[in-house]
Design a protein around this ligand. Structure first.
Ligand code: GDP
Length: 542
């Protein structure tokens, strides 16, 4: 739109005299911002490719994730990552599907947990939970689902790999109910058992959607729609069985209910095969029809920032060293309100200082493109964001601060020491920066001293990243000595003296001033807790 058109579009913002734009509200309504959560190998990379293929964002499947010999453009930014064939960092894939702009935020795909994944889930409006038909709910799926639940992120479930022998569809519904306490509401129901997949029953219309394999699999699968009458004639038993199963489910309260989905109590379920591109279009249609668009975001004052208010956003991820040639630090910002235009000067809520956005980029793995404009739900990458930390708010015109992203209870602890003497300055600076970026949590105590900070992580992979960056980026290789703790709680200052000289327990302090009590295990924690003032320990997360 030309500037004049924009001016015509905007009205004065009711509360501040700033601008509230109906066009921004319209743009926000077109957005769907989500992440895929799954256990490794459930097919997340394959699904991501298939989604992009359907949306025609990229020309061929295989261009998204650089596995094997496929042309890789995403997130293999570190040698370490390439060596292991895993993605450590998150990228953002944006594509258009019909009238909708879809933002798919990638989450790290390795077996290990990292706090990165949790933070990405703070920046999405919905999640797609990918379940391997043969394996059902796996540990990492479970853990990530709990994060979605805690954050109120609604979840769409996709049962993947239906082209292969697997569990019974009803057994998978059972797992959702009993293991996740999540009420399944199938939108499609498989026709033919896992391994002999014919297509799906469209639960809303009763039609049969037949899937036909296409040679190569890299092109879009052919889906043909038949009426139930035709399907009964041509497919026979497999179709009538699917109808009977779904009728039973529907009669026992598993019909679709939008409110239940949005509240997080229930999940729509789709069946498909990412590798054959079966069911991928249904997923896109479901995202468009059911997933929530960006909406007003709660701020720290108890109010909420409407999407049409002036620009605001928060940093959900900091990434450094993406590009060896440019040792820069990139802050990923989720836009919450307003129109972002490159070059605008925004305010950093924490310091009140201006932040120039001349170098705003959209980032997709290693590929970066200059970004000129963004709307609520979009993600912008800000280059040279040395002043920004995870959780920080940026705003224009009208002041706002969003709640910080909660830090999660670390489960792995190690003492870090400079491996080379004479590098104390680099050591300290590096450790401090890694803590600020949230690569690891950095904990100190008087007893251990400044030379021996304790690094804490949700997943041990975070230690590998810290080690790698200390050596290659900060020029101070480190040694890590694991500590025998596995549980952490926030602890009130009055209880600190009682934690001194207790075996299997220790008190440490984080840079943000939070005191942590760490314990060898839950039993140790329970026994120590009995001697502490009531309510001294609180779970940092969960
Ligand atoms: P990720 O670790 O979750 O990203 O999983 P990938 O997308 O890398 O997939 C793991 C493996 O499962 C790969 O060998 C895929 O080709 C395979 N795979 C993914 N989706 C399907 C599917 O729908 N059917 C079958 N048979 N294999 C699949």
């Amino acid at each position: 739109a030309s500037p004049t058109e924009r001016d015509l579009d905007t009205t004065r913002h009711p509360t501040t005299g700033g601008t509230a734009s109906p066009e921004v509200a319209e743009q926000a309504a077109r957005r769907r911002t989500f992440a895929v959560i799954s256990h490794p190998d459930a097919g997340k990379s394959t699904l991501t490719e298939a989604l992009a293929l359907h949306a025609h964002a990229i020309g061929e499947a295989g261009a998204v994730h650089g596995k094997g010999n496929r042309r890789g453009v995403v997130s293999d930014w570190m040698e370490m990552e390439r060596d292991r064939g895993i993605s450590i960092t998150s990228a953002v894939l944006q594509f258009a599907y019909a009238e909708t702009v879809v933002n798919l935020l990638d989450t790290p795909g390795h077996a290990d947990f990292s706090e990165d994944t949790y933070r990405v889930l703070a920046a999405v409006d919905a999640a797609v939970m990918l379940v391997d038909a043969a394996k059902g709910i796996e540990p990492q799926t479970h853990k990530l689902f709990e994060v979605c639940r805690a954050r109120g992120v609604p979840v769409i479930t996709v049962v993947n790999k239906w082209d292969r022998p697997g569990l019974d569809a009803l057994a998978i519904m059972d797992e959702l109910t009993t293991r996740l306490d999540l009420h399944p509401m199938p939108l499609t129901w498989p026709v033919g058992v896992a391994g002999d997949f014919r297509g799906v029953l469209d639960c809303a219309t009763g039609d049969f959607v037949e899937f036909t394999r296409t040679p190569g699999g890299a092109t879009e699968a052919i889906a043909t729609r038949w009426s139930a009458d035709e399907a009964r004639r041509t497919v026979g038993d497999a179709f009538t069985q699917a109808e009977e199963e779904y009728d039973l489910l529907n009669a026992s309260g598993h019909g679709f209910d939008l409110e239940l989905f949005l509240s997080g109590a229930a999940t729509p379920v789709l069946f498909g095969s990412a590798v054959l591109n079966f069911g991928v279009r249904q997923l896109l249609d479901t995202l468009v029809a059911l997933a929530p668009a960006p909406s007003a975001r709660a701020d720290v004052s108890g109010g909420a920032r409407e999407v049409s208010a002036p620009f605001s956003g928060f940093v959900f991820k900091i990434q450094a060293g993406m590009d060896k040639a440019h040792r820069d630090r990139l802050a990923f910002v989720r836009v919450c309100s307003g129109r972002f235009t490159r070059g605008m000067v925004v305010t950093h809520a924490d310091t009140g200082r201006p932040f120039a956005t001349k170098y705003a980029q959209s980032v997709f793995g290693r590929e970066r493109a200059t970004l000129d404009e963004a709307f609520p739900g979009d993600v912008i990458g800000l280059v040279n964001a040395n002043a920004l930390r995870v959780g920080d708010t940026l705003f224009a015109e009208e002041k706002v601060a969003f709640p910080r992203i909660p830090l999660f209870a670390p489960e792995h602890f190690a003492v870090a020491r400079a491996a080379v003497s004479g590098k104390q300055k680099q050591f300290r600076r590096g450790i401090e920066q890694l803590g600020e970026e949230g690569v690891v949590q950095v904990l100190h105590s008087d007893r251990r001293g400044a030379q021996a900070p304790v690094l804490a992580a949700v997943g041990p992979m975070q230690f590998d990243v810290a080690k790698h960056r200390m050596e290659h980026e900060f020029g101070s290789p480190i040694r890590l000595e694991p500590l025998p703790y596995s549980v952490a709680r926030a602890v009130t200052p009055d209880a600190l003296p009682q934690l001194e000289n207790r075996g299997g327990a220790e008190a440490l302090t984080r840079a943000d001033g939070v005191h942590l009590a760490v314990f060898a295990d839950k039993w140790r924690m329970s026994s120590v807790e009995r001697d502490l003032p009531a309510g001294a320990l609180s779970p940092i997360f969960g």
